[in-house]
Design a protein around this ligand. Structure first.
Ligand SMILES: C[S@@+](CC[C@H](N)C(=O)[O-])C[C@H]1O[C@@H](n2cnc3c(N)ncnc32)[C@H](O)[C@@H]1O
Length: 246
């Protein structure tokens, strides 16, 4: 019964989003989304999301300096940097390498960089989280990945790559929306929105149980918390936040 209603509601939502499905069928939506819609949307989303998670992000990133290398320098690599929503939380002097699979965030990224001149921006790499081969093994002290594991094609590979580039004792910081409790209305709603949401928001998956992948990855220590981010009328309230040590 539940499956039938999910399919029915999915079809209704797909009907509402029919123009986008049509553009996708014609091969127009994906390039438009990547170059125009998503960069525009992400800047707005990042501002709202940062406001709603300000306290949690401040708390999450406050111990970043503890992971600095023996020289006192903190080399940080961010996966899926987008518009640089996390720059404000990094400590002064931090050496940042930005990576993203989408190279079309220059505008938002430049704005964020000029507002955060306390950092050293080292490199900008167009790279998928699953293949960071441009980054040497064991070369960074911290890896940051927020709102990205929901969109990568292969979460386990992305985590393996993050571990590879981290030096032993380095930390992987994460914050992401995840699947709601399976017995909740939120999960029902996530299942309905799933296919249309994924199409509209550049591959973002609503029902990932990302905490399971983190628990199974070979980190020596994992601090993980489930939180609810007050984003009313959206299916992305349930989040996980924390860090893991290599
Ligand atoms: C929702 S945005 C989050 C951006 C930023 N991390 C933040 O917290 O505001 C998702 C980002 O992940 C990037 N992304 C998606 N799939 C990726 C992949 N496989 N490898 C690297 N980045 C990816 C997107 O291009 C986008 O910049």
């Amino acid at each position: 019964m539940t499956e039938v209603s999910i399919l029915l509601f999915r079809a209704c939502l797909a009907l509402l989003a029919m123009p986008i499905y049509l553009l996708s069928f014609l091969g127009i939506w994906e390039p438009f989304c990547k170059k125009v819609f998503f960069p525009f949307f992400l800047e707005k989303l990042s501002a709202v999301h940062n406001r709603k998670t300000l306290r949690q992000k401040q708390e999450l990133f406050h111990n970043l300096p503890e992971f600095a290398g023996p020289s006192g320098e903190l080399k940080l690599l961010e996966i899926g940097t987008g518009c640089g929503a996390n720059f404000q939380f990094y400590p002064p002097g931090c050496k940042v390498t930005c990576t993203d699979i989408n190279p079309h965030f220059q505008k938002g990224l430049s704005r964020s960089m000029s507002q955060n001149q306390h950092l050293h921006y080292e490199r900008f790499l167009v790279a998928a989280a699953e293949d960071l081969s441009q980054v040497p093994s064991g070369s960074v002290d911290a890896v940051v990945c927020t709102l990205v594991l929901c969109s990568v094609k292969d979460v386990n590979r992305a985590l393996k790559e993050a571990q590879r580039v981290l030096r032993p004792g380095g930390a992987f910081y994460f914050l992401d929306h995840v699947a709601a409790d399976h017995s909740s209305w939120k999960y029902f709603w996530q299942q309905i929105c799933y296919p249309t949401w994924k199409l509209v928001f550049a591959g973002c998956c609503l029902t990932r149980e990302t905490w399971k992948s983190l628990e199974q990855a070979n980190f020596s220590e994992l601090k993980l918390q489930h939180i609810s981010v007050p984003l009313p009328w959206t299916p992305i309230k349930p989040h996980i936040i924390g860090y893991a040590v290599k």
